[in-house]
Design a protein around this ligand. Structure first.
Ligand SMILES: C[S@@+](CC[C@H](N)C(=O)[O-])C[C@H]1O[C@@H](n2cnc3c(N)ncnc32)[C@H](O)[C@@H]1O
Length: 265
């Protein structure tokens, strides 16, 4: 299997992923499924399943036996398999999907297209394994603006360590984080009846430490950047992020916006 650069920051700390992005997965999965629809009795694939947030939501509708899921990160595949023991969960990257042509009725990728090494090839593979007329859909964060946690984090990093952080801001580095770019990719790979729009999700945190704890563990690109700072810089960044979120004391909520694209194979 091809080694995938984008997967590298998701190899460790699967429990921290749950506290970092995984907490958004149930609400985001529900919003994506609601927006693009899932046909009853269909067989579907979750590409870049991570620990299985979207695959679990699909299995609740279709049954585990009608859900397959792949991810290049073996620890995530283990967690997803444990959650969905009778689903077909495999270690694989989008760019080389281990399924025959037209095998699925639908293919989904939640927060993954921007991590693919070759997104045209990855989404092209999703199109290949979905039967003609079937659904190919994905969503990505609005890293530039609407994903409050990540936007506030990079804005805080620019304030605290401007030289070091400039090149890592996901608002700049992430592709397909704007609706037109994502739907453009869907058209480029030859998907039909392409549509797209906005998904909104709100999540709760117990307190600011609940939000902060994953960052120093190095999870995701934002965490990898945090882990590269010395402990004192990390504490200054922590304080700056807290300030940007209104110095919450006790439980609070944050909203996040993602963009979705859907088309027919
Ligand atoms: C932000 S996580 C999203 C996980 C899950 N879909 C969710 O909604 O929680 C990004 C995932 O993309 C996976 N990934 C990275 N590169 C990939 C590729 N080329 N093909 C498929 N998945 C990839 C990572 O291993 C990671 O699990």
């Amino acid at each position: 299997m091809t080694e995938v650069e984008g997967a590298a920051t998701f190899r460790a700390a699967t429990d921290m992923y749950g506290r970092f992005i995984g907490r958004y997965a149930p609400g985001l999965s529900a919003a994506l499924i609601d927006a693009v629809g899932v046909e009853p009795d269909s067989r579907v694939l979750d590409v870049g399943c991570g620990p299985g947030g979207l695959a679990t939501a699909l299995a609740e509708i279709l049954g585990q036996e009608n859900v397959a899921a792949v991810d290049p990160s073996p620890p995530f595949v283990s967690v997803c398999r444990a959650r969905l023991p009778t689903a077909d969960v495999r270690v694989a990257a989008a760019e080389e999907l281990p399924f025959p042509d037209g095998f699925f009725d639908g293919g989904f990728a939640q927060l993954v297209v921007n991590f693919m090494t070759d997104a045209e090839r990855g989404v092209g593979e999703m199109k290949r394994v979905v039967k003609p007329g079937g659904t190919v859909a994905a969503c990505t964060w609005d890293y530039r603006d609407g994903m409050t946690m990540i936007r506030a984090y990079w804005d805080a990093a620019h304030e605290v360590v401007p030289d070091e952080s400039a090149q890592f801001d996901e608002g700049k580095t992430m592709r397909y984080a704007m609706l037109e770019e994502l739907t453009g990719l869907w058209r480029t790979v030859g998907l039909q009846d392409v549509a797209g729009g906005e998904l909104s999700v709100t999540v709760g945190y117990d307190d600011f430490e609940d939000l902060w704890a994953p960052f120093p563990t190095g999870i995701g690109p934002a965490g990898a950047f945090c882990a590269s700072l010395d402990p004192e810089q990390q504490q200054i960044l922590r304080a700056a992020l807290s300030r940007r979120l209104g110095d919450p004391e006790g439980p609070f909520e944050l909203s996040a916006r993602a963009w979705y694209a859907v088309g027919r194979a």
